[in-house]
Ligand binder design. Sequence first.
Ligand code: HEM
Length: 422
Amino acid sequence: MTVDCTERPLVQDVNDWLALRPDAPLDRWGVYARLRNEAPMFQMGDIYFLSRHADCSAVLRDHRNFASGFDPEGERVQAVMRGLDPERRAKYQEVLEHQLRWLTSSNGEKHVALRTLATRVFSMRAIEDMRARVQREVDERLEELASRDSVEIISEFAYQLPLTIISEMLDIPEDVRESIHTSWQSMVKLIGNPPEQVPLVIDEVHAGMRELESRLKHTFDLRRGQQTTDLLKRMLEAQEDQGGALSEKDVMGIVAQMVIAGHQTTQDTIGNALLELFTHREQWDAIRADPELIPNAVEEILRYRTPGQMVSRNAQADMQVGEHFIPAGSRVTCLLGSANRDAEVFPEPDRFDITRANARQHLAFSSGVHFCLGASLSRMEVSIFLKSFSQRFPDAHLETRNPEWLANSFLLGLEELRVRLR
Ligand code: HEM
């Protein structure tokens, strides 16, 4: 059933979309378009949603006035806390502390110190040196699929590639990787889901987080004092007990983020890429005929189907963003998925076009000091995959008629994608 959104109050649309109400039309693009046109700064409680490209860019580039992370003592967190029994409250507290140790939650000198640990390893040049390794991994995995008629690409390919590569960079033992993925599948239930669901999911989220931390600690203990990769070595040397300034938990936070951010979003991009290219067949044929088109196709996929739909900041002072006033202490949520469909920047924004001249102006990797650390890596992984897959399986096509999207307002990826290889 289609619902004429224009007759519904905007606030109702936004509420339904954020609450992921199963009976509501989850047409996020429709909601975004209404926000951009009718209320480019949309206030809900103390949250200010920004939906235009220029406003989101301005906020993301101004890290001094718009800080990352969240206030665990703030009203939003405390409201959730009040709805939990003491045992679950303690679990929620622990999970929040874990999230606050992620690089994306840190600010100022601490952010610089943490980020500097990893920057060198993720530079464009360092990532280029890994090209042969990524190609080999793609070839081997595609070879395993070659005798099959049909595959479920998300669980049989898309998550393993980025997880394997980032795990190798962090020297995470092979037998631990699968359980890291499983832990994340539990933890993700807290992200992009409405706060009312916290009591229902917190036990599982907490167990997933504990498992993740214990697997990472096991890795640290195993590798400390041994020969290991450049990246893990730098992480371990930064710890207090090795003469550095960071606690083991701090290091665990940034490593956890690399492993997790390093695979969910890239997995989603691989699935989203195949879906769009198969449903725009002439563009699939174009990349097959001319693989030089692939890097720009990856940018267009990231623009058109942005894997992380939003990022948030906290206003440190009364601020003016474009024509909008945002009071100090407000939470500002930049809707990246909407910014990437802003007609002011992208003509005919709802058209998928791998030759779009300015596709790279998307905000899928954010902007400013928190710009995605793994952008070069994921661009390379997805490009190599698309080239190899399209050359090897030129007649591949969708087997799933209506692929199911993850029920999540933050992540944009597919639950599964069945593909016929020939
Ligand atoms: C298509 C794939 C990816 C997308 C769409 C993506 C998206 C993002 C976004 C939007 C942010 C910024 C968050 C903010 O501004 O608050 C971010 C940060 C980050 N990403 Fe990615 N990411 C991807 C792949 C990766 C990979 C492969 C890694 C591997 C290490 C990675 C590691 C990180 C880290 C560590 C940060 C935090 C940077 C900081 O706060 O300074 N990401 N990513």
